[in-house]
Design a protein around this ligand. Structure first.
Ligand SMILES: [Zn+2]
Length: 357
């Protein structure tokens, strides 16, 4: 199997799978994961890959959400324009003039997000951010009837379009849906590595659904797996760009895995956190502490499932969250793969029981 990072990221980000419509991502992932363990799904659609190491216990959940932010057709205007609902946390300012694809039952249809040009705005309108409700998608239909003839129906998912791009410095990649197909790619590589190396536990690699609309898939998947500990694989914000004061830059690309010490959704188990930091040190993997008061991950519900699950979030730094195009560094990605693999290899029964003693 070709697990080359470029191919893997291109394949996974190429799947069109907004929250609630994860089928394409699940199928691409299943193709990669079927050789790494036994596959199953829960009833919301999360994919679980069970890989037993040299022991049945402890059960380690590695979770990455596979949904991306997108939209859904709300209605079609009499003139043939599509009004839409956001799926996930979009900021309206990043949307005008962007390419999208409407995924109809009869196949994808290209479209462009339209909005009023400045010439037609009042002075007041020019100063205000656009309201999401004022945006629409133009698919080139002349009427509602024609849009329906194209196959468009209310409820059809809509996805951003951005070609996967290797930048001039080939360590930097630009693409859509890095949040969180990069996490899914980490999951894939780690499971394949662990299959070849020894691990004293059973790993449940889990690709969750509907994270972007409120961590919904993680809720049921964590119940299904009932893990003893969980590592959430995510992308987290790199804010090393113009407009952020040097003193306010808390996370950079090229500085390695981000280990979350705090976000509004979870404070990690202290001993688990220390194990991750110690492992990074022992393996000479650079890492950065990620402590913020904004954003959250599947860990927010996984750590509160059943009677509590010691959890940690390990992230790949990504710039330009929740827009058509993110940028990440391949070297950061590879270091996350190495760190997660090494941590899992240290998680035997004694170590994991020790987290909660
Ligand atoms: Zn995410």
């Amino acid at each position: 199997m070709n697990l080359d990072t470029y191919t893997l990221l291109k394949d996974l980000t190429g799947a069109d799978a907004p929250s609630g419509y994860e089928k394409e991502a699940r199928e691409v992932l299943a193709g990669y994961l079927k050789a790494a363990g036994e596959l199953s799904t829960d009833k919301l659609g999360s994919l679980i890959c069970r890989q037993q190491g040299s022991a049945v216990a402890p059960k380690i959940m590695l979770a990455a959400h596979m949904d991306e932010i997108g939209f859904m057709v709300k209605n079609i205007t009499s003139g043939g324009f599509i009004k839409f609902l956001p799926l996930g946390g979009w900021f309206s300012q990043v949307l005008p003039a962007k390419r999208v694809k409407v995924k109809t039952a009869r196949g994808p249809i290209p479209g462009v997000i339209g909005s009023k040009p400045p010439h037609l705005m009042t002075a007041g309108e020019q100063k205000k951010p656009l309201a999401m409700e004022d945006l629409f998608i133009d698919i080139g239909a002349g009427s509602r009837k024609e849009a329906e003839r194209f196959g468009v129906r209310p409820g059809d998912p809509i996805v951003p379009v951005f070609e996967f791009t290797v930048l001039k410095n080939p360590d930097l990649l630009a693409g859509k849906a890095f949040d969180n197909r990069a996490g899914c790619a980490v999951l894939t590589k780690v499971l394949h590595k662990l299959k070849k190396e020894k691990h004293p536990n059973t790993v449940y690699g889990t690709a969750t659904v509907q994270e972007e609309v409120g961590l919904r898939g993680a809720h049921t998947a964590a119940f299904e797996v009932a893990p003893d500990a969980a590592i959430i694989l995510e992308c987290r914000i790199a804010n090393d760009f113009p407009g952020v004061d040097a003193q306010d830059i808390y996370s950079r690309m090229g500085k390695g895995p981000q280990i979350t010490f705090h976000d509004p959704g979870m404070i990690p188990n202290r001993k688990f956190r220390d194990l991750v930091v110690k492992t990074a040190k022992e393996e000479n993997i650079p890492c950065q502490i990620y402590a913020v008061n904004t954003g959250g991950t599947d860990a927010g519900v996984v750590h509160k499932s059943r009677s509590g699950v010691p959890s940690i979030v390990i992230g790949v730094p990504v710039r330009y969250f929740h827009s058509h195009a993110g940028i990440l560094r391949r070297s950061d990605f590879e270091q996350v793969v190495s760190l997660v693999t090494e941590v899992v290899k240290r998680m035997d029964d004694a170590v994991v029981s020790g987290f909660t003693e």
